[in-house]
Design a protein around this ligand. Structure first.
Ligand SMILES: [Zn+2]
Length: 261
């Protein structure tokens, strides 16, 4: 599979009607017994948050959090959230949290930042964006998670890759994710990705969150909600259907690996 060569100085591929995609998400969530929350951001602006508790309560359910759509020029993420909700293939012994779009105003403009020009994925230490304040407020009302997945796309990359934050050296699911995605999408197996050392499509930054002032969502999650986080990145110079398949396969592979671990 070849890159399309469309992305010159930014994402130049397909865009989505985010309102319609999120309406589909709500329809699917409602049909499959998710609780649906509209987290108020500002007048006329809210974030959707879906939760579903395990139907099999014989042992403590694994708690899995998935978010996407924090960058408005990465349409694969909300489309993957929609497909995950529509396909509804979850183990009955999981508690699930899903935020399908953290940056609704960015998608309307097909740009990374929100309508005010703020990169929301740099806001999680000292938030001033209303979206991030609202999202953090919601997260603080939730329990801790066993696994967090943040779904992204990268317009420059040559294939799928991921970031793993796993400070306690828990059993890694990085390899399971990469193997699952490799069936549907090329993997970037470069030794350097985004200026960081990479191995087999996986970057394991040894970053101390306290040393970086501009926190991505994953740093907040790692500091407050989880000890195992994956940011998965689909290559957005490939067909949109391939990227959606990659993100869905990555999420499913991670969840299966946690469930069987
Ligand atoms: Zn992104």
């Amino acid at each position: 599979m070849q890159k399309l060569g469309k992305n010159v100085n930014g994402y130049r591929g397909e865009t989505i009607d985010i309102r319609a995609v999120l309406e589909d998400c709500v329809t699917a969530a409602r049909a499959n017994a998710w609780a649906i929350e509209q987290v108020q951001v500002a007048p006329g602006l809210s974030l959707l948050a879906f939760t579903r508790t395990a139907s099999r309560a014989n042992h403590r359910a694994a708690r899995i959090y998935i978010s996407t759509g924090i960058h408005g020029d990465e349409p694969g993420g909300p489309l993957a959230a929609r497909l995950l909700l529509q396909e509804n293939q979850w183990s009955a012994s999981l508690d699930l949290w899903l935020c399908p779009c953290l940056n609704p105003t960015g998608f309307a403009l097909n740009r990374r930042e929100n309508a005010e020009g703020i990169d929301l994925n740099r806001q999680y230490l000292q938030p001033r964006a209303a979206e991030t304040v609202a999202h953090i407020g919601w997260l603080q009302r939730q329990p801790s998670f066993d696994l967090c997945l943040c779904l992204h796309e990268d317009w420059e990359s040559h294939g799928f890759y991921l970031y793993e934050l796993n400070p306690d050296n828990q059993p890694s699911v990085a390899q399971a994710i990469v193997e699952g995605v490799a069936k549907v999408c090329p993997i970037d197996r470069s030794e350097i990705i985004e200026d960081r050392a990479a191995q087999n499509g996986s970057i394991r930054p040894s970053v101390d969150p306290r040393s970086r002032p501009e926190w991505p969502e994953a740093f907040f999650l790692l500091t407050h909600k989880t000890r195992l986080s994956y940011t998965i990145e689909a290559p957005s110079d490939f067909p949109l259907s391939t990227r959606v398949a990659a993100l869905v396969a990555g999420a499913r592979s991670a969840i299966e690996a946690i469930g069987s671990g």
